[in-house]
Design a protein around this ligand. Structure first.
Ligand code: MN
Length: 741
C-alpha cells in the first residue's frame, strides 16, 4: 500500500483481509455458487465464534479462516474449505452437527463431525503416539479422507502460531505433531505439509539444534549460490537444445530432514550429498529419462546413487528420478527429475485427488474416489514391496479392524465386529474371565454388541465370575476363544473330579465296603489299569460317567465281587425299567439319553425325584455330592433351597430327538358316578398316554359323593402333559386334576 491510499482507506482488520484473500482464491477457480457457499460458512463461523479469543488475544475466527486459506491454497474443493471454516464450531460453541447438516448439507456435516471426533482423542503415552496403529486408527476412523486433510491444515495453523502458548503446551503439541500428524501427512504423500510440520516441531522441541542447523544450511546455500546458478543455466541450455520443455529449480533440503540424516548416518553437514539439488520438472515420463541421459552425459554420476522412483514408486506413491553427479570443480550435487503430475503428487499427495473439477460437480467426489482407487490398484501391481502405505490405505478403504479405547485412552485393536468380551480379554485374561457387562460410550450394551471404530469401552467385572459357554458363540478373537475354553474345561473337569470322587464313596457305602480299606496305591493301580496317570483322572472319568463306580469297586476289591454281583442281580431282575433310571447309583448311560449337560458330553445326570421334570419343562442342574447331577424343574421348591450354593448350579438341557417317556403321577378329583372310570381311561387312551398304575377310591371328605383317582402315566413331554390334563378336565364330573410332585 502506498502512503496516500493508507491515509484514505478505512482500517482493514486481519480478518477482513484474510477473508478477502480466501474469497478471491475461490472466485478465481470456481463458480459463483461456491463463492456463495463460502460466504454462508464464513458468516456462520463469524456469528458463532464472536467474542471468542485465541490465547494470543486475537479473535478466534482468525484460526478457522486461516485453516480455510491453507485448504484453498491446496486447491481443495468447497466442501473441504467450508469444513475448514466450521471445523471448531461444534467443539467450541453450542452448534450441533444437525444444524450444520441442515444449513450446509450432508458432506460438510460428516466432515465437521469427523474433525470434532478426532479432536477428542488423547494420546497419553509416548508409545501410543509412536505406534503405527494410532496412525492407522486415525485414518480408519474417518470415512472421508477430507477429514484428515482438514485436521492436518488445522494442525499446521496451530503450529504456525504456537509461540502464543506456554512452553509445556508447546512441547506437548510439537511432540504430538512430530509423532502423529507429520507421519500421517507422509503416508498420504503430502510432502509439503509434512516438511513444514516437521520443521516447526523441530524448532520447538530442540530450539538450539534447530537454530544451529538453520544457520549452517543457509551459509552452505549462500556459498554455493553462484555454483547453482551456473549449473542451472547449463542444464536449461542443454535441455533446450534437445527440445525437452522443463522448469529447473534450485532446492535446499529441509532442516529436520537434514538433522535426521546427520543423526542417522553420523556424518557432518559437508557429507550430505543432497543438501543442494536441482529439480527438473518436465512434461512426460519419456522426457524424464531423456533429461537423466543428458545430465549423465555431461557430468559423471556417483555409482549407487541413481534411484528410479518412476518405475518403482515409493509406498506413498511418490515418483521421481534421483541422481547425484560430480559437477564442475569436483563439487557433487543431486538432481531430481519428474513430471508436473508427479510433482503435484509429491507436494500434495492424496489432496491432489480432491481438487475441484469445473463442471463435474455432482459426481466429482465419487469419480475422484474411483480414479484414486484405480490408480492405487495399478500402482500396486508394479510395486515390488507394497509397504505399509498400502496396508494403511486398506484400513482406510476396507476397514477390517476396529480401533477401540479404554476409558483411559489406551488403544485396543480388534477385528471388525468384535465383542466387549474380546476387548476384555485383550486387556487381561482376568478381566475377560470376570466380565459381567460392558459400557460403550457410557451406555450399557449387551455382551454380544459389535464394537466399532472409536468406541470407548468400559468393562464391568465381578470377582470370581466365570466365563459363559455362550460367549464362544460370538467372540471374534482366538485369544478370547482359547481363554474361555481353557477356563470352562478346567471348571468342568474340577466338577467332574468332585462328582467322581463322591460317586465312588457313595457307591462303596451302599455296598457296605469301606473306602478306608483302599489305599492310594490301590487307586493308582486301578487308575493305571484304565490308562490314567493320576487318581484325579480316574475320578474325572467317573464324574463324566465314562464308566460306573461299581466297575471300579470290583477292580479295587475283587473279594467283595460276589456281594456286588449279587446286589446287581437283585437290582436288575424285577421288571426292567422302561424309563430312565432315577435311583441314586443308576448307571450314567440310561439317563444320558434324556438330559445333557450343556457343553459336556458325558456327565452323570438324573432327574430329581422331588419334581420329576419331563421333557419340555425348564430345568436346571445341581451338582450333588456323589450322585452326579440332579436335574430339577426350575420351579421346584427344592431348587430355591439348593441354589444358595450357586457354584453347584450347572446348565442342562433336554437331549434332542429322544423318544423316552417319563412316569408322571397324577391325581384326579371326580364326582362318583357310573361310567366315570371308563370315560377317563378312554380319554387317556385317545391322548396316547400309557397308563402304568390306576387306582380309585372314594373321597372320604365328601361323604362318599366324590372319588379320588391316583394314576401314573407315561408322558413324553410337557405338551403331552398339558393336552392330557386339559382333556381330563373336560370329562364331565371331573372337578380337578393335579400333578403330584
Ligand atoms: Mn482448530
Amino acid at each position: 500500500m502506498d502512503e496516500v491510499s493508507s491515509e484514505q482507506a478505512p482500517e482493514v482488520s486481519p480478518i477482513e483481509r484474510q477473508y478477502k484473500l480466501l474469497e478471491d482464491s475461490v472466485r478465481a477457480t470456481r463458480r459463483e455458487e461456491d463463492v456463495e457457499a463460502l460466504r454462508r460458512a464464513f458468516a456462520f463461523a463469524e456469528q458463532h465464534h464472536s467474542g471468542q479469543k485465541r490465547v494470543s488475544g486475537e479473535p478466534y475466527l482468525i484460526h478457522p479462516l486461516e485453516v480455510a486459506n491453507i485448504l484453498a491454497s491446496m486447491n481443495m474443493d468447497i466442501i473441504t474449505i467450508q469444513t475448514g471454516l466450521l471445523h471448531d464450531v461444534v467443539e467450541d460453541t453450542g452448534v450441533t452437527v444437525e444444524e450444520i447438516r441442515k444449513l450446509f448439507g450432508e458432506d460438510v456435516a460428516r466432515c465437521v463431525d469427523g474433525v470434532t471426533k478426532l479432536a477428542k482423542l488423547k494420546f497419553y503415552s509416548r508409545e501410543e503416539r509412536q505406534a503405527e496403529s494410532v496412525r492407522k486408527m486415525l485414518l480408519a476412523m474417518v470415512d472421508d479422507i477430507r477429514v484428515v486433510i482438514v485436521k492436518l491444515a488445522d494442525r499446521l495453523h496451530n503450529m504456525r502460531t504456537l509461540d502464543a502458548l506456554p512452553p509445556e503446551r508447546q512441547q506437548r503439541i510439537a511432540q504430538e505433531t512430530l509423532e502423529i500428524y507429520a507421519p500421517i501427512a507422509h503416508r498420504l504423500g503430502m510432502g509439503k505439509i509434512r516438511g513444514e510440520l516437521e520443521d516447526l516441531s523441530f524448532k520447538y522441541l530442540e530450539p538450539e539444534a534447530f537454530a544451529e542447523l538453520t544457520v549452517a544450511i543457509e551459509s552452505k546455500r549462500l556459498a554455493n549460490e553462484e555454483f547453482l546458478v551456473e549449473i542451472r543455466r547449463a542444464v536449461e541450455q542443454k535441455l533446450g537444445r534437445e527440445n525437452i520443455p522443463a522448469r529447473v529449480e534450485g532446492r535446499v533440503k529441509r532442516t529436520y530432514s537434514v538433522y535426521q540424516k546427520l543423526k542417522r548416518q553420523k556424518i557432518s553437514i559437508d557429507q550430505v550429498y543432497d543438501l543442494l539439488a536441482l529439480r527438473i520438472i518436465t512434461d512426460s515420463v519419456r522426457n524424464c529419462y531423456g533429461a537423466l541421459g543428458i545430465i549423465h552425459n555431461e557430468w559423471h554420476p556417483i555409482p549407487g546413487r541413481i534411484k528410479d522412483f518412476i518405475a518403482i514408486p515409493r509406498p506413498n506413491l511418490y515418483q521421481s528420478l534421483h541422481t547425484s553427479v560430480i559437477g564442475p570443480g569436483g563439487v557433487s550435487f543431486e538432481v531430481q527429475i519428474r513430471t508436473d503430475e508427479m510433482h503435484r503428487i509429491a507436494e500434495e499427495g492424496i489432496a491432489a485427488h480432491w481438487k475441484y473439477k469445473e463442471g463435474k460437480k455432482g459426481a466429482a467426489r465419487d469419480e475422484q474416489q474411483i480414479a484414486w482407487l484405480r490408480q492405487l490398484v495399478e500402482w500396486q501391481k508394479e510395486m515390488h514391496d507394497p509397504g505399509e502405505f498400502m496396508s494403511t490405505l486398506k484400513v482406510d478403504l476396507y476397514p477390517e479392524e476396529a480401533y477401540c479405547f479404554t476409558p483411559k485412552g489406551k488403544v485396543i485393536v480388534l477385528p471388525r465386529d468384535a465383542s466387549p468380551i474380546d476387548f476384555a480379554y485383550a486387556i487381561h485374561s482376568d478381566v475377560g474371565n470376570c466380565c459381567v457387562g460392558a459400557k460403550v460410550n457410557g451406555r450399557i450394551v449387551p455382551l454380544k454388541y459389535n464394537l466399532k471404530n472409536g468406541d470407548v469401552v468400559e468393562i464391568l467385572t465381578q470377582k470370581e465370575h466365570l466365563p459363559s459357554k455362550d460367549w464362544l458363540g460370538f467372540v471374534k478373537t482366538s485369544r478370547a476363544r482359547n481363554k474361555i475354553k481353557h477356563v470352562i474345561n478346567t471348571t468342568e473337569r474340577a466338577k467332574a473330579i468332585e462328582i467322581g470322587e463322591k460317586y465312588l464313596e457313595k457307591e462303596a457305602r451302599r455296598f457296605g465296603v469301606s473306602l478306608k480299606r483302599i489305599t492310594r496305591a490301590d487307586l493308582e493301580a486301578v487308575a493305571a489299569d484304565y490308562g490314567f496317570a493320576k487318581i484325579e483322572d480316574l475320578h474325572a472319568a467317573l464324574g463324566y460317567g465314562r464308566f460306573s463306580a461299581r466297575q471300579v469297586l470290583l477292580k479295587l476289591l475283587p473279594e467283595s465281587a460276589a456281594a456286588l454281583e449279587k446286589e446287581e442281580a437283585e437290582k436288575s431282575a424285577p421288571a426292567p425299567a422302561a424309563y430312565p433310571q432315577q435311583q441314586p447309583g443308576g448307571t450314567a448311560d440310561a439317563s444320558d439319553l434324556v438330559i445333557k449337560v450343556k457343553g459336556i458330553d458325558d456327565l452323570l445326570v438324573y432327574r430329581a425325584k422331588c419334581c420329576n421334570p419331563i421333557r419340555g419343562e425348564a430345568i436346571v442342574g445341581y451338582v450333588t455330592r456323589g450322585k452326579g447331577i440332579a436335574v430339577h424343574s426350575t420351579n421346584c421348591s427344592n431348587v430355591q433351597n439348593l441354589m444358595y450354593e450357586i457354584e453347584r448350579k450347572i446348565d442342562v438341557e433336554w437331549a434332542r430327538a429322544a423318544t423316552e417317556s417319563f412316569p408322571v403321577k397324577m391325581v384326579v378329583y371326580t364326582d362318583d358316578r357310573p361310567g366315570m372310570l371308563n370315560q377317563l381311561t378312554s380319554v387317556l387312551f385317545s391322548e396316547n398316554a400309557n397308563i402304568r398304575t390306576f387306582e380309585a377310591q372314594s373321597d372320604s371328605s365328601r361323604n362318599g359323593e366324590g372319588a379320588i383317582i391316583n394314576m401314573t402315566l407315561d408322558i413324553k413331554d410337557k405338551k403331552q402333559l398339558e393336552r392330557v390334563t386339559a382333556a381330563t378336565r373336560r370329562v364331565s364330573g371331573v372337578r380337578d386334576v393335579e400333578r403330584v410332585q
